[in-house]
Design a protein around this ligand. Structure first.
Ligand SMILES: NCc1[nH]cc(CCC(=O)O)c1CC(=O)O
Length: 313
């Protein structure tokens, strides 16, 4: 059945990172299925067009995914490659995530031309990030620093740093690694300093439902451990109504056959933090996610989220 598929069109955003990721999927697919003819179809999303506001202020779901999904619906493309972090936890009925690939480094990274880490920054220094999650965690740990908005794709953000507007900026290590810019990283933020975003570092391949042959083909690129971890993270987000408008973080990892899941909800000024960690056998990832969600709710996470949604309206 799989061999009956001869041509595939991959929907991707146009940014250098997105194209790298789509090319990577193409390369992985053609190494397993050498007869395949794979073509990239590049498109711009709403999230790429609006770069003068933070994602939390633009609002709406699927800012980086909707146009790609439309190309699946119209039949123009067969699969869409996304950073899982950009895929809303609640998906429309027509679509499914057919495959989650092995995760790249999930941490946040500190990038600066002068300083080694957030600890080295003099009081009042300006740190660039537009993510409420990063902002609230930095404010909680480093109340003397100023956090200022920084939007745009990876290259744009690095350029803004080089123009001298920020003492340092925070970016996902995975994106920098993929684009060969690891040398720009001065240090990694530990999960105590900045708990990563739900799904950070993982790639997801989205297709229309009921495409059995295509799904079977993509199963060769699927990574079970990553899938259990990121699914646990996404369940926490779903249970708390997470989105770009909410300073929520959840991160899971597996060591010695134990899945650890940590969740955090913070006020964007860093003042109040609900925070917990649970662990168990990896196959119990759903139960572990439920326990983390419950505990966060017990610590008042829902109130913090509702308040932050109110502020951003
Ligand atoms: N927010 C945009 C975005 N979406 C995915 C990544 C990085 C790659 C990944 O997490 O897989 C980034 C850049 C960043 O947050 O610095």
């Amino acid at each position: 059945m799989v061999l009956s598929i001869k041509n595939l069109r991959i929907a991707t955003r146009e940014s250098r990172l997105a194209v790298w990721q789509a090319e990577y999927v193409k390369q992985r697919l053609t190494s397993v299925f050498p007869h395949l003819n794979v073509e990239l179809v590049k498109m711009t999303t709403k999230g790429d067009k609006i770069i003068d506001r933070s994602l939390s202020k633009i609002g709406g779901k699927g800012l980086f995914t909707k146009e790609l999904e439309n190309s699946l619906l119209s039949g123009e493309c067969d699969l869409a490659v996304h950073s899982l972090k950009d895929v809303p936890v609640e998906m429309q009925d027509h679509f499914e995530i057919a495959c989650i690939m092995k995760r790249e480094n999930p941490m946040d990274a500190f990038v600066s031309n002068v300083y080694k880490s957030l600890y080295d920054l003099p009081a009042g220094s300006i740190v660039g990030t537009s993510s409420l999650r990063r902002e609230s965690q930095i404010r909680a740990k480093f109340p003397n620093l100023q956090v200022m908005p920084l939007r745009g794709n990876l290259d744009t953000r690095i350029r803004r740093l080089d123009e001298g507007m920020y003492s340092g900026i925070i970016l996902a290590a995975a994106g920098l690694k993929r684009l060969g810019m690891m040398n720009r990283i001065k240090s990694f933020l530990s999960i105590d300093e900045s708990l990563p975003a739900v799904g950070q570092g993982a790639l997801a391949i989205e297709i229309l439902k009921n495409k059995y042959a295509l799904k079977e083909m993509l199963s060769y690129l699927h990574d079970d451990e990553t899938s259990m971890c990121v699914t646990a993270e996404r369940l926490v987000s779903e249970s708390l109504g997470g989105s770009c408008q909410v300073p929520l973080a959840a991160h899971a990892w597996i060591v010695h056959d134990t899945l650890h899941l940590r969740g955090l909800v913070a006020k964007s000024d860093g003042s109040k933090v609900a925070y917990t960690e649970c662990e168990g056998p990896p196959e119990d990832y759903k139960v572990i996610a439920q326990r983390v969600s419950m505990e966060l709710k017990n610590q008042g996470a829902q109130e913090i989220i509702n308040a932050s949604l109110g502020i951003n309206e």
